[in-house]
Each structure stands twice: as structure tokens, then as C-alpha cells.
Design a protein around this ligand. Structure first.
Ligand code: HEM
Length: 142
């Protein structure tokens, strides 16, 4: 029994140490409207963030077209699409920004607003949000 428990603990620990799982198929990518749909969603998100006084300052000194391209690639990969992400890791690119949980939630709001405008069905929205939510620890407080 003790040994069984030990094994379970080990599996749990190993399981938790696994890197973020890749998407199992490209259905989310298809449901988001492929690369063109993802680009519209990302552009809408950045435009909404630019109107949100809680986070607009974060993006003031950023090359916004470059950021847009990296975000499109990142979301595309997360959704199981045929893209390659060419940017830095999330901890690296958010290091020193001292982002908080509220910043994170504000950006997610911008994203949801954008997907609403693009008429992305709510269950599809939730699948993207779920994939991003688990990444929060990689971007905040670093
Ligand atoms: C899961 C959530 C997030 C994801 C997936 C994400 C993804 C990314 C990606 C892919 C980049 C580009 C990195 C590169 O160019 O090498 C980036 C940069 C950036 N992100 Fe995020 N991000 C997230 C959350 C946030 C939040 C909450 C904020 C602020 C409210 C933010 C602000 C920025 C800024 C300002 C940059 C540009 C950094 C620079 O060019 O120096 N991000 N993010």
C-alpha cells in the first residue's frame, strides 16, 4: 500500500512537471477561423487593450506590429495550428514587467471582447481562454 502511494505521488509529481501540453488536434485552430481569424482576434485584443487605461501603458513602448505577429503565432500554436512561434519564452518576454493578476485579467477581458465582436461562439472562446489561463504563472510576477 505504502509503495502504491509512493508510486502515485511520484506520478503526480512527474505529471505536474510536464511542460504545457500541445493541442491534441487542430479543431480549436479551425474553430477560431484559422490564421486569418486568429489575426483578427489578436488585433481586436490589442485595440481593446489600447483603450483600457488599466493596461495601456504596458504597451506604449512596444513595436506593436511585431508583438501582433508573435501573438498570432503563439495563439496559432496553442490552438493546434500549423504555425511556428518565433519569439522568446513567456517568462523571458514578461520578465521585469511586474505584471499582476489584475493585468492578466484585464488582458483576458480585452481578448473576450474581441472574440465577442468577431462572433466567436462562447464554447470556442472558453477553449482558448482555458489554454491561456494555465500560462498565467509564466507571465505574472516575473
Ligand atoms: C497568457 C497570457 C499571455 C500570453 C500568451 C502572452 C504572450 C506574449 C508573447 C508571445 C509576446 C512576444 C514575445 C516576443 O516578442 O518574443 C509577449 C510580449 C509582451 N506581452 Fe504578453 N502575453 C500574455 C500576457 C500579457 C499581459 C497580461 C500583459 C500586460 C497586460 C502582456 C504584455 C506584454 C508586453 C508589453 C509584451 C512586449 C514585451 C517587449 O517587446 O519587450 N502580456 N506576450
Amino acid at each position: 500500500m505504502k509503495r502504491l502511494l509512493g508510486c502515485l505521488m511520484f506520478l503526480l509529481l512527474v505529471g505536474c512537471a510536464q511542460p504545457h501540453k500541445p493541442a491534441s488536434d487542430d479543431s480549436l485552430y479551425q474553430d477560431l477561423g484559422q490564421r486569418a481569424g486568429i489575426q483578427r482576434i489578436v488585433e481586436g485584443m490589442l485595440l481593446n487593450a489600447a483603450q483600457d487605461e488599466r493596461i495601456v501603458d504596458r504597451f506604449r513602448r512596444v513595436h506593436i506590429e511585431l508583438l501582433r505577429d508573435r501573438l498570432v503565432e503563439y495563439f496559432c500554436v496553442e490552438a493546434g495550428g500549423p504555425c511556428t512561434y518565433g519569439g522568446d519564452s513567456l517568462p523571458e518576454s514578461h520578465k521585469g514587467q511586474n505584471l499582476t493578476r489584475s493585468d492578466f485579467n484585464a488582458l483576458v477581458e480585452s481578448l473576450i471582447k474581441s472574440m465577442d465582436t468577431q462572433h466567436v461562439p462562447v464554447p470556442v472562446q472558453n477553449r482558448l481562454i482555458a489554454r491561456l489561463a494555465v500560462l498565467r504563472g509564466e507571465v505574472i510576477g516575473k
